[in-house]
Design a binder for this molecule. Structure first.
Ligand SMILES: Cc1ncc(COP(=O)(O)O)c(C=O)c1O
Length: 403
């Protein structure tokens, strides 16, 4: 057992790990524990009808949606009534961008960052273009891969309506000082939209401490089903009018949601409970247990990642992009004389799952000059990865110098 997290026990919860591969592809999506698969399967086996009916099967759907809202609220901090559910973080961000942009016009400004996944860039840029608002860009320090907070002093003004930024990068792991940036944004009256997709699997998330008016997450990243959620104060959601069908509910948060994938939503409380139970000795409410469990996840993942990061940086044929301070356990690298796809196919041949490309962080890769030649290779750790696997991956990358 290491720092409260018993990885052997944890691995036993994941039937998918039986394929024998090293799953270092967590940033794109984690594997599902049996409890999540079972919860989804159960919802498919029992009578569940669409919401809104007076009969029990419809009531069951309502209960599944309420439980999913409560679980997400516990995961990141907030009220269940402020949790909007949907098919993906990307789809919900388009929905929020369309709703918010209805209040923008010429002369207004928004600030997006080059550190983000495109899901937290393109919806804002496109909606700004349609409304006549000006887009300002927060730049990444190309040496470190960090998003410096000081630049927001220049970027923000009394016409700034929205600041969109990530809590963590899914390709180079850097974690901006969201709270400092949000404080600057709030000082000029702007709203802050934070992509928390890559923070939630690795750290205890406190939406209030981050200063996120709207916080987006993607359940697959924390071993849940392929779904997204956006969390905000119900009062803020009440001021926004999204695209919706006329007969669909007008109330908050339902009015942001089109017909929900109920069976998949049944997996959301199971995934949050999986995280909350990672430290079996933690006591108290689910949120309190999450606090302890995510601290043990962080304490477990950090030394493994530091070992991986340092080992790769010491290899003469490997170039790791950026060198952020206290990143989430995710990095991108290139190998001399090999295209990223060649590297990932070699790794796959040796039983390691890893992504190549830009991980949809196209602006970041362009800024780093890494978009050519197929981007880079991404490796990321989750709480089910072991020291043995990290050693194996290091050896597999070291062996590539012979190519
Ligand atoms: C940082 C980040 N934001 C957004 C997304 C997109 O999430 P979804 O697949 O739920 O749209 C991803 C997926 O990789 C991501 O890593």
């Amino acid at each position: 057992m290491e720092a409260g997290l018993d990885v052997a026990r944890v691995r036993g919860l994941f039937p998918a790990l039986a394929d024998g591969f090293v799953h270092a592809d967590g940033p794109a999506g984690g594997l599902l524990p049996e409890s999540v698969a079972r919860a989804v399967g159960h919802a498919m086996r029992i009578p569940v009808a669409p919401r809104g009916g007076i009969f029990p099967a419809s009531g069951r759907a309502e209960a599944i949606v309420s439980a999913a809202r409560a679980a997400v609220a516990d995961l990141v901090g907030g009220l269940p009534g402020g949790v909007v559910l949907g098919p993906s973080l990307t789809a919900l961000t388009w929905q929020m961008a369309r709703a918010l942009a209805r209040t923008w016009g010429p002369g207004d400004e928004i600030v997006v960052s080059r550190l983000d996944h495109d899901a937290n860039i393109r919806p804002w840029v496109q909606m700004a273009e349609e409304s006549g608002a000006l887009v300002r860009w927060a730049e990444v320090d190309i040496e470190t891969g960090e998003l410096p907070a000081w630049q927001y002093d220049e970027l923000l003004g009394d016409r700034t309506r929205l600041v969109a930024l990530p809590a963590a990068s899914g390709v180079i792991g850097s974690c901006p000082d969201v709270a400092a940036i949000a404080a600057r944004a709030h000082a000029v009256g702007a709203l802050v939209y934070v992509d928390g997709a890559q923070l939630a699997p690795h750290r205890f998330v406190d939406r209030f401490a981050l200063g996120a008016d709207l916080l987006a997450v993607s359940a697959r990243k924390w071993c849940g089903p392929n779904l997204g959620a956006v969390i905000a104060e119900p009062e803020l959601l009440g001021e926004l009018w999204p695209d919706k069908l006329l007969p669909a509910l007008d109330r908050v948060p339902d009015r942001f949601e089109s017909s929900l994938p109920i069976e998949l939503l049944a997996g959301v409380p199971a995934a949050v409970e999986h995280l909350a139970s990672l430290c079996p000795y933690a006591e108290g409410s689910r949120r309190e247990r999450l606090h302890v469990a995510m601290a043990s996840v962080e304490a477990y993942e950090r030394p493994l990642f530091e070992w991986l990061d340092e080992a790769l940086r010491s290899m003469r044929h490997v170039q790791v992009l950026g060198c952020p301070d206290r990143p989430v356990p995710t990095l991108s690298f290139t190998v001399s004389h090999m295209r990223p796809r060649q590297v990932t196919s070699e790794l796959s041949r040796r039983g390691v799952c890893a992504w190549d490309g830009d991980g949809y962080a196209r602006e970041l890769f362009d800024a780093l000059g890494a978009s050519e030649e197929g981007g880079a290779v991404q490796l990321g750790l989750l709480h089910y990865n072991t020291a043995e696997e990290v050693g194996y991956v290091i050896d597999a990358v070291a062996a590539l110098r012979l190519y």
